[in-house]
Write a protein that binds this ligand. Structure first.
Ligand SMILES: *Cc1c(COP(=O)(O)O)cnc(C)c1O
Length: 227
């Protein structure tokens, strides 16, 4: 298969998906395990937001794409505290903030690096052993301390649907996540807003959009299956 064939594919897929999304929904192209060349194709097709799961992998690709200065990089994978500094250096957005301890570490580092990362709180409304994130109860406990993290711009919630749900259950989960965001918004925290809801992946983004997602994170449906 030639690379021009591949590029047409990505370009067409992006156009098709973009048409299906309301203009206000931000399309994050998830480029984990995807080459810098394919990212470049997606960029040419108009994508400016890319999501990566691993700091190290992203940093390597970013260095190959330095000539594309208007890309916004989003960290969407679990972050260990010992990689927090590097994450701040490479990502203006972190969707996968999933514990108070990590928030406080990022907040401290953000001061010393003079950055104000935009972050989303990863929540888990249903039990899912494979997923990080706050339960509703845990988040309610931690919100006051999160609100003290003045160097973080806390902008909303992120969630991932468990793998084994049917469409109706996924839709309900996304709607409940939206309701949770609305409830937090009503509490009028000084340093927490709920402008954004990052939810929806290749198999469930239609449901997420229906439930009010403002960001969808799409990998396979844009770039093809990962190996
Ligand atoms: C991999 C990943 C995605 C993209 O998944 P696809 O099924 O390829 O669309 C979205 N969000 C997170 C957190 C991911 O890890």
């Amino acid at each position: 298969m030639t690379s021009s064939h591949l590029s047409n594919n990505i370009t067409d897929r992006i156009a098709t998906i973009r048409q299906q999304l309301p203009e206000t929904v931000r399309l994050i192209a998830v480029s984990k395990q995807v080459s810098a060349e394919a990212i470049r194709e997606a960029y040419t097709a108009g994508i400016r937001d890319f999501g990566e799961s691993r700091v190290q992998e992203a940093a390597a690709k970013q260095s190959q794409l330095q000539d594309l200065p208007d890309i916004t990089w989003h960290l969407i994978g679990h972050l260990q505290t010992n990689k927090a500094k590097k994450a701040l250096e490479h990502f203006p957005w972190i969707h996968s903030l999933d514990s108070l301890k990590l928030a406080q570490a990022l907040n401290r580092l953000a001061t010393s690096l003079s950055t104000n990362p935009q972050v989303l709180l990863q929540v888990k409304l249903l039990p899912d052993p494979n997923k990080y994130g706050w339960t509703v109860e845990e988040l309610s406990t931690d919100l006051p301390a999160l609100n003290e993290c003045q160097n973080l711009q806390i902008k909303g919630l992120m969630t991932i649907a468990p793998l084994d749900l049917g469409s109706e259950e996924i839709l309900t989960l996304f709607q409940n996540t939206r309701s949770l965001a609305a409830k937090i918004q009503q509490q009028n925290w000084s340093n927490i807003t709920m402008e954004h809801l990052s939810m929806g992946m290749s198999d469930d983004y239609h449901l997420a959009v229906q439930a009010g997602a403002t960001m969808v994170r799409l990998g396979r449906t844009l770039f093809g299956e990962r190996s």
